[in-house]
Write a protein that binds this ligand. Structure first.
Ligand code: UDP
Ligand code: MG
Length: 252
């Protein structure tokens, strides 16, 4: 029997200082294991040396693949493109900044092989700057308040899922897709795994407060009845005002 194929799906955007170390750490963990793997990088429009470095390593290691998006489409689109191109029996989605460490991969594999469709990483603690932690808290608070999504607290980026889950995920057609929402919505047999968190290896976070807010808008538009309710309330209020105006004019 051939060993299962694991696809790592990794979005990259200005990550020239992280990718070399990321690849080295993944190889160190996965090479000794009895499995086949590929790393599917999706470049989201970087103009630094990110692509050049990945292409360089892909040259000598055919398990490394690179999809280049024409411009910065946003992480959500990059991850979706990666999932679409990955060929694995299992897909593991993680960032290259090493905040979620590659040496946790074997635990994810062991857990999903217990018979789950999806295993989410949960961060034991969030190692990030105070500002980043604060903006993230606001972001998750808004999501919790305004959408019906039951997103686990301390959700990490790193997660593993099987082919059945990936195929289902790809059926969702939203343009500005909020992928955490889709992950929750697919609704297969899921479990969680508490993992260690590290500081970003190098470079800076690409998600400032404004970008997080935009993501929260997408999530609310996709998964909340709030915009619909507001529109209905506005409509009803305006009609009542119009009606009142008619009565006032008639009386006058
Ligand atoms: N990323 C991306 N497109 C973007 C912004 C970010 O593909 O427009 C990637 C980025 O390279 C990283 C991941 O998404 O691999 C998460 O971004 P980051 O680590 O900056 O966010 P944080 O962990 O601080 O929330
Ligand atoms: Mg990060």
């Amino acid at each position: 029997m051939t060993a299962p194929l694991l696809s790592l799906v990794v979005p990259v955007y200005f990550e020239e200082d992280c990718v070399t170390e990321f690849i080295a750490q993944v190889q160190r963990v996965l090479d000794p294991m009895d499995l086949r793997y590929e790393i599917v990088f999706v470049d989201d429009g970087s103009t630094d040396r990110t692509c050049e470095i990945i292409r360089g390593t892909a040259h000598s290691d055919e398990r490394i693949k690179l999809i280049e998006l024409s411009y910065n489409h946003g992480k959500q689109a990059a991850v979706t493109a990666g999932i679409r191109h990955a060929r694995g029996d299992y897909l593991l989605y993680m960032d290259p900044d090493l905040q979620d460490p590659p040496d946790e991969i074997p635990r994810f594999l062991a857990k999903i092989e217990e018979g789950y469709d999806l295993v989410f990483g949960i961060r034991s603690e969030k190692k990030d700057s105070l500002v980043n932690r604060l903006t993230s808290s606001v972001f998750w608070y808004i999501l919790d308040k305004f959408t019906g999504l039951k997103i686990p607290k301390g959700l990490a980026v790193m997660r593993i899922f099987n082919r059945k889950f990936a195929d289902q995920f790809l059926l969702y057609g939203e343009q500005n897709r909020f992928i955490e929402g889709i992950f929750m919505h697919v609704g297969m047999k899921a479990s969680t795994l508490t993992i260690r968190q590290q500081e970003r290896y190098a470079g800076v976070s690409k998600f400032n407060f404004r970008r997080k807010l935009n993501l929260a808008y997408d999530a609310i538009l996709d998964y909340s009845e709030l915009p619909l309710k507001l529109a209905v309330r506005l409509g009803v209020s305006l009609s009542m005002l119009g009606f009142l105006a008619i009565v006032v004019v008639a009386v006058l």
